[in-house]
Design a protein around this ligand. Structure first.
Ligand code: PMM
Length: 260
């Protein structure tokens, strides 16, 4: 899944693809680089981001969804019902639902659905996230959300532990280590670690300023490889070409039985 944020303020690609023409061109590049799905978002969910009104979000995403849909599966990354509905009318076929409230919308359109775990909401979710048992709580919430989505009539559901959404570095690492258990629960798993701050924190070391998003590529690739080798069905990334190349190597020895 290639990330395409049509926003001025997303933490990594914010402002790069804010006008529709550059967003569409970048989306087509992601397809050429091997993305199976392009995730179009019009509202940043970085911690502390300002909310965006519905009309503005529609204005940002709809031309991009419409232009890309003939070439690739498009998912709409939104928490707003009307934005999801309008994007599905314009050709999107997946809803990336961080709010876990949009299953009926996906079901009505025959679309796929990502259900993602988030504790709190972007304005303050990183203030002091706490869990008694992060793995049990996140996995339990996702199992219920996936069951509800199937019940609502969605056939294709992906579950996503929501790395960085109301989680400390320790919570994120625990969830990554527990991916084999989440995979074993039976729903296909999506993981989004790309360029996130826990990578910058780990690379900088204890007590130092996290490395900035521009310096988190290798860490992102490492976590994508880890997620895929733990059985994740999809990874959500900004850097599609190198990730596709790396994941081809993860799949190859198993797929061929190691021919060389
Ligand atoms: N992360 C971001 C946005 N949307 N959706 C899913 N399903 N999973 C994620 O991990 C996720 C997401 C934040 O990253 P961005 O600002 O680069 O889009």
């Amino acid at each position: 899944m290639g990330v395409l944020n049509v926003t001025p303020d997303s933490f990594f690609d914010g402002g790069r693809y804010f006008d529709p023409d550059s967003a569409i061109a970048h989306g087509l590049d992601l397809v050429a680089e091997g993305a199976h799905l392009v995730d179009v978002g019009g509202e940043s969910t970085r911690p502390g981001a300002a909310p965006v009104g519905q009309d503005e979000e529609l204005r940002r995403v709809l031309p991009v969804v419409e232009a890309l849909a003939p070439y690739v599966r498009v998912s709409i990354d939104t928490t707003k019902r009307r934005v999801a509905e309008a994007a599905l009318e314009r050709g999107a076929s997946f809803v990336n639902d961080e709010s876990c409230r949009l299953a009926p919308v996906a079901a009505a359109a025959g679309a796929g659905l990502v259900v993602m775990h988030m504790q709190g909401a972007p304005p303050d979710m990183q203030r002091d996230p706490r869990y008694r048992d992060v793995v049990a709580e996140v996995h339990g919430t996702l199992a219920r959300a996936a069951a509800d989505a199937h019940e609502a009539g969605v056939a294709e559901v992906l579950v996503d532990p929501g790395i960085g959404f109301g989680k400390t570095t320790a919570h994120n690492l625990a969830l990554l280590r527990a991916l084999p258990e989440l995979v074993a629960a039976g729903e296909p798993v999506l993981v989004g670690t790309s360029r996130k701050s826990f990578i910058g924190r780990i690379l900088a070391g204890e007590g130092r300023e996290p490395l900035p998003p521009d310096s988190r590529f290798e860490g992102s690739l490492a976590t994508a490889v880890l997620a895929a080798s733990f059985g994740a069905a999809m990874v959500r990334v900004h850097d599609v070409r190198p990730t596709v190349h790396a994941l081809r190597l993860v799949g190859e020895p198993c797929a061929t039985g190691g021919t060389r």
